[in-house]
Design a protein around this ligand. Structure first.
Ligand SMILES: NC(=O)c1ccc[n+]([C@@H]2O[C@H](COP(=O)([O-])OP(=O)(O)OC[C@H]3O[C@@H](n4cnc5c(N)ncnc54)[C@H](OP(=O)(O)O)[C@@H]3O)[C@@H](O)[C@H]2O)c1
Length: 323
């Protein structure tokens, strides 16, 4: 089968289209013919091996898993002898968190991993992106930020993968949402449920007169120190982008009352928690309360171009490979 191999860390040029052996499902695995795979900001970090501490999981000197990609959607082509949950022909989607390998024509994943039946009201392209933006934002807003109805929530980077789903999720929980994005995305962010939208090219949201119970900085371009002034007394600054300052702020605000800074690595949460979040997302999708925005589509041959586009940091929602 055709697959994208990454055998050393580096620029998108290290990604190579290769002919590799089609995988065979082990006893507890299903073999999926991939229809669409996501290309995410996190994929770029896995390709470059940054931040360096990430190499503890990804391989110290070169990628431990040579085929790139984690998000996928497709059709079950074969099942291992001990599987009971899926059968040949099922439309599925999910995330190959620890094995990567979804930038390929086929992938094998354990049936009790991050694998679920694809909602009928979603395309394969839309479903392939759910476990990046939506899963992360649900984990951050609901579990880490403990979002409550009636709270004021500000989402920085509201037009990205995490941000566009965060706006919809915060809105679903009954929060009053302010989205921060550029002029080009104002209408989209408003249509996803933001009551107010701030254009970051004209206004510095950290200087706002308003206060927020949660500031969810999906792109990590601000900081806890800069947002302290716009947090309510017990407000929380959440960011999925870890740096040393955020780590230190998390440590010193954690035992105290008052404003807090929080980070979490969603993929490292227990599988049972992630599966619960995934089931919740499926319900929201089926009820028409959550959609995935698709910005661009690339073929497998164009994976390096997809990485070049994503790493510019200006995608609207998600980028996918279609097989
Ligand atoms: N911790 C975790 O578990 C976890 C999980 C998944 C992802 N992540 C991380 O989360 C981060 C966000 O990922 P993502 O895919 O959502 O990002 P993204 O889609 O690349 O975000 C791009 C969006 O941000 C907007 N933007 C760029 N600069 C901005 C600024 N200064 N102010 C406000 N908006 C700005 C862009 O809009 P314009 O074009 O209008 O500028 C664009 O729509 C990545 O670093 C990723 O690695 C962490």
């Amino acid at each position: 089968m055709k697959a994208i191999a990454c055998i050393k860390y580096g620029s998108p040029d290290v990604l190579q289209l290769k002919e590799v052996e089609k995988p065979t499902p082990r006893h507890n695995e299903v073999l999926i013919k991939i229809h669409a795979a996501s290309v995410t900001a996190a994929d770029g970090m896995m390709r470059t091996g940054t931040p360096l501490f990430g190499r503890l999981f990804m391989g110290l000197l070169k990628p431990k898993y040579p085929i790139t990609g984690t998000g996928f959607a497709g059709v079950v082509e074969a099942v291992g002898k001990d599987t009971t949950l899926f059968k040949k022909g099922d439309s599925v989607f999910g995330e190959s968190i620890f094995g990567f390998g979804t930038n390929a024509e086929y992938v094998c994943v354990p049936e009790d991993g991050m694998l679920a039946t694809k909602p009928n009201n979603m395309t394969y392209e839309e479903a392939a992106s759910v476990c990046d933006g939506a899963l992360t934002s649900l984990s951050f807003l609901k579990d880490i930020g403990q979002i409550q109805s009636g709270q004021r929530v500000l989402i920085n980077g509201a037009s990205g993968s995490l941000g566009s789903t965060a706006v919809q999720i915060a809105n679903y929980f009954g929060a009053e949402v302010t989205g921060v994005c550029s002029d080009a995305n104002v209408e989209m962010v408003r249509s996803l449920g933001a009551k107010e939208v701030v254009d970051y090219t004209k206004v510095d949201f950290t200087q706002s007169e308003k206060t927020y119970d949660i500031v969810y900085d999906t792109i990590g371009k601000s900081s806890f120190s800069r947002c302290k002034g716009i947090l309510t007394k017990n407000g929380v600054y959440l960011s999925p982008v870890l740096g040393l300052p955020l780590l230190l702020q998390m440590i010193y605000t954690s035992p105290t009352n008052g404003k807090k800074a929080k980070f979490s690595a969603t993929g490292l949460r227990p599988q049972s928690d992630l599966r619960e979040l995934l089931n919740e997302l499926i319900k929201l999708i089926e009820e028409g309360k959550l959609t995935s925005i698709i910005d661009r589509r690339y073929t497998l041959h164009q994976t390096a171009d997809a990485h070049r586009y994503v790493e510019k940091g200006h995608k609207r929602g998600n980028v996918v490979l279609t097989m």
